[in-house]
Design a protein around this ligand. Sequence first.
Ligand code: UDP
Length: 322
Amino acid sequence: MTTVVTGGAGFIGSHLCEALLDEGRSVVCLDNLGSGRHENVTQFEDRTEFTFLRGDVRNDVIPQLERVGVSPPDVRRIYHLASRASPVDFDDYPMEILETNGFGTRNVLEFAADVGASVVYASTSEVYGNPDVHPQPLDYNGNVNFRGERACYDESKRFGETLCSLYEGKRDVDVRTVRIFNTYGPRMRPDDGRVVPTFVRQALDGADLTVYGDGTQTRSFMYIDDLIRGLRRMMDRSGLAGEVVNLGHTNEITINRLAEVVADLVDRNIDVVHEALPEDDPQRRQPDLSHTRELLDWNPTTSLETGLDRTIAHFHEAEVDA
Ligand code: UDP
């Protein structure tokens, strides 16, 4: 039995591959290395249970698997994570993002329908846009600017969810959807543009922390290990076809406060500079976890300080090694 992780060389995907390998599973990491990095998975390549496949979900999945000697019917599980997800990529790669989440998700679901595999689809809190309901429950349909700077990502992830619900209803594919809220941890790209790697890199370099807008906007930050536990539980539990959950932390804080916490942990006297707030930057974000707790008996357990400490240590080591 083989598990395919699309986007497996990315930040989240590589942690997932590692956790699956550690529980003895055979894993194929399919990644086009657009935003993922081969170095995230090279450490697994001497494991016989691991296959790296440089490919693209925008193309048919079966010939790509066959090219690396994987028998398609052996694939029983697919975690579909492939997509650029950083706001800095939305401006540079909008068509690629639309195609990956549209054609790519359709290709993955077609493949799952052909071989009878189960799918966990990585959706996002971005489906809620700049929310006017708080915290965000699953039945909230969101407030998305479908022509704005984030539209290529937000709308294509929403379209992906529509595909999932159609393939579940019309083609009987066992597909489960997770809406992932802000996640951070080791292996994020330092130049990824998202707030945690940016602040950590700036703090380690003794540079000013760039807070966008007045810094009163909030996010709720989840450490990667908690997310991986949630993703696996969503796949492992039986009887969840068609289900949707939020996965995120509930410790909502302002970006100003995050800057203070990072500066304290790095233990340096660091200033903040304010820069322009990007268009459609959500003002508040926090998941409503009631359904997640009911369905998965899951809660995030890593505190922000603990998770940031581990992330800072990782970035520090990477800087020393460079
Ligand atoms: N942000 C910031 N400085 C940075 C990068 C991001 O103040 O250098 C802000 C950004 O405007 C947003 C929040 O931090 O309000 C989280 O941004 P991120 O890109 O990490 O994720 P997302 O906006 O997708 O939640």
